[in-house]
Design a protein around this ligand. Sequence first.
Ligand code: HEC
Length: 96
Amino acid sequence: MKKISAAALFTCILLASCTPKASTAGPAGPAVSTAEQIAQGKTIFENSCGRCHKLPDPASHTSVQWVGIMNSMAPKAKLTDEQHQWVYDYIVSVKK
Ligand code: HEC
């Protein structure tokens, strides 16, 4: 038993040191937002997304459709990449 776990540990160390780090994380850091960031997303959504039209209902589109919508609306609302991510994560989190 001891032998097996030692071998497994060794393999882990090898894998960890060989895996290129840059390819796993995006430019904005981890893909999953914290509850705090989602709360920020809600605030940004309520303040920025109802200016030109009615505040959209998150349930009115699928999460895939929201990717495209956010890609066209984030520049209109002048969101940073991070804010874009938080608003998207907020929308998807209320849909569930
Ligand atoms: C500067 C004005 C402006 C702001 C700010 C804005 N929108 Fe829009 N939005 C529009 C216009 C104009 C349309 C309709 C034309 C279009 O689809 O480009 C639209 C359409 C939409 C639609 C309908 C798209 C569809 O395919 O049915 C959704 C959903 C939407 N916006 C969500 C958002 C969200 C979310 C935000 C905040 C991040 C936002 N909008 C901020 C101007 C704006």
